[in-house]
Design a binder for this molecule. Structure first.
Ligand code: SF4
Length: 352
């Protein structure tokens, strides 16, 4: 819901200030219409139904995967596409993956979103409306900003949304912001007071390969990003997750695991403790070449033109063993929603 529009509408209708809080509470409990908001006067309910849409996003499609994952395709009021995902886990966790931008201005070569035309940052209300969409389906308790876009480029709106996510059922400790290493955003996250988690998409311990996979590395080299993560850990006392997609023959060799272990072991906290924990992400084959996906404009030079294959299960296990043997905690991420293109790097709003 556009919270500014709601506040203005309530003010011009001469309503007391507590009304906005009442409406927000209803939304956070999964209300699907103003009609359900029984503690609002009937006249106000119909006025709001006319003037303030319940969501700033239009739902174009909900896609359901066999494993229970749901991917929602939305459009903003000005027609920009975005996607978000609800992941259901056997232990009862309900985690949502939110987008912070429509498209992405960065062009990581393995990522489908990076091949889309970048539209704009999403507002805090547009970010919260993704969460509220899933809240209308069921209670949710975890959130990752790993959908479309680099959240730390849009850090103020993302933080404003995070302020309100506990109302929806997601405590600050259950929120993870994932960055490619946007240093000004990491610094901003270090200064603010919410106990949010930070995840760093690292993907290659060597600067040259990382720049090839993630051109942002030219602007913010990995060595500087690691320093920013150390400062985050020192201030916030929260371990940093390292995300590492496993690309066959690209970043999954034995010596590359050794280099990653060395890099991460060198960055320790005040008592010598490791400050990083690695998530190895099995890669979902996705054709990121714009022409093949049929939505980017090749003449505008959009997007990379490279095909990747995911590492084998054995390679991932061997890579993990090298890290763990050298004292770097590592896990292999469960892949969700493969059959609906909802897994990491696959969000690309095919309807764009
Ligand atoms: S991986 Fe993230 S930062 Fe890189 S292009 Fe994709 S959405 Fe953007």
């Amino acid at each position: 819901m556009d919270i500014t529009l709601l506040d203005q509408t309530l003010a011009s209708a001469g309503q007391p200030r507590f009304r906005a809080g009442q409406i927000w509470e209803w939304l956070c409990r999964g209300a699907e219409s103003y009609e359900q908001m029984s503690n609002l006067p009937a006249g106000l309910r119909s006025l709001l139904a006319d003037q303030v849409p319940l969501s700033c996003l239009k739902v174009e499609q909900d896609a359901y995967a066999r494993d229970g994952t749901v991917k929602a395709l939305f459009r903003t009021g000005d027609g920009r596409p975005l996607e978000a995902v609800l992941m259901r886990y056997r232990d009862g966790r309900r985690s949502i993956c939110l987008s912070s931008q429509s498209g992405c201005p960065l062009t990581c070569s393995f990522c489908a979103t990076g091949t889309m035309r970048f539209a704009r940052n999403l507002s805090a209300s547009e970010i919260l409306d993704q969460a509220l969409h899933f809240r209308r389906m069921e209670a949710i308790d975890h959130c990752v900003f790993m959908g479309m876009g680099e959240p730390l480029i849009n850090v103020e709106n993302v933080l404003a949304a995070c302020e309100r996510l506990p109302d929806v059922g997601i405590g600050h400790r259950k929120i993870t912001l994932s960055t490619v290493g946007w240093i000004p955003g990491i610094e901003r996250l270090t200064q603010q007071s919410m106990p949010l988690r930070l995840a760093l998409s690292l993907h290659a311990a060597d600067e040259a390969l990382r720049s090839e996979l993630m051109p942002v590395n030219e602007r913010y080299p990995l060595s500087d990003v690691i320093e920013a993560c150390k400062a985050f850990y020192a201030a916030r006392k929260r371990r940093v997750f390292v995300e590492y997609v496993m690309l066959a023959g690209v970043n999954d060799r034995y010596e590359q695991a050794l280099a990653l272990a060395k890099l991460l072991r060198a960055a320790v906290g005040a008592s010598g403790e490791t400050i990083f924990k690695v998530n190895l992400i099995p890669w979902n084959p996705v054709d990121t070449r714009p022409a093949q996906r049929g939505y980017a404009d090749p003449e505008a030079g959009e997007g990379p033109a490279r095909l990747f294959e995911g590492s084998s299960r054995e390679s991932i296990a061997a890579f993990k063993a090298v890290l763990v043997e050298r004292g770097v905690p590592a896990t292999v991420r469960l892949t969700r929603g493969r059959d609906i293109d909802a897994a990491c790097g696959q969000l690309a709003a095919k309807a764009a």
